[in-house]
Design a protein around this ligand. Structure first.
Ligand SMILES: CC(C)(COP(=O)(O)OP(=O)(O)OC[C@H]1O[C@@H](n2cnc3c(N)ncnc32)[C@H](O)[C@@H]1OP(=O)(O)O)[C@@H](O)C(=O)NCCC(=O)NCCS
Length: 145
């Protein structure tokens, strides 16, 4: 009997860079004002433990970037390749990242959903995330473009 390989969650390594940036592009996550290579450099320098990839053979079919500032955890770049969606892989990545954060004593995760991507709120709802009564403010410290 031939069984198809199962994807495995792993920590990002430098050799993954090109495939991860391609995945983010295919998932519509890249923006002109965020250079993905610079984001990867910053993540690897700051908290490489939280940079997860989902490997299927030699391919990278998913990713997520978790972080923790001592008060709240965060997740960015949650992505699953369009050909592999609806199989629970985003849930797998999220549950793995949550376990990493919990092991660090992180009490809560806050995440952002871009305006125009509201359909993803349904997925986060399935994973136990609810809207918070907050106003989100931001200030750019480094211009990537
Ligand atoms: C969002 C994304 C990561 C989901 O990946 P996925 O592997 O298809 O998601 P999963 O199969 O793990 O779905 C997890 C759960 O959410 C549910 N779900 C998925 N999309 C949903 C939606 N739009 N509305 C409601 N529920 C949804 C699934 O049914 C599943 O529930 P279950 O585990 O109880 O059956 C993927 O669509 C993607 O890469 N999108 C583009 C990038 C993006 O928008 N990222 C989020 C940035 S905030």
């Amino acid at each position: 009997m031939i069984t198809s390989p199962k994807p495995v969650i792993d920590t990002f390594t430098e050799g993954d860079r090109h495939r991860v940036v391609t995945l983010w592009g295919e998932c519509g996550l890249t923006r002109a004002w965020n250079d993905p290579d610079k984001d990867i450099d910053r993540k690897v320098a700051d908290s490489p433990w939280g940079f997860l990839v989902l490997r299927l053979g030699n391919a990278i079919i998913g990713s997520a970037m978790f972080g923790y500032d001592g008060h709240r955890g965060s997740v960015n770049y949650l992505s699953v390749h369009p050909a592999h969606r609806g199989k629970g892989y985003a849930r797998l990545l999220m549950e793995h990242g949550e376990a990493l954060l919990l092991a660090r004593g992180c009490p809560k995760i806050n995440l952002l959903v871009r305006t125009g991507n509201e359909q993803v709120i349904g997925l986060y709802g399935q994973l136990g995330y609810v809207p918070d009564e907050v106003v989100e403010l931001g200030k750019r410290l480094i211009k990537d473009d």
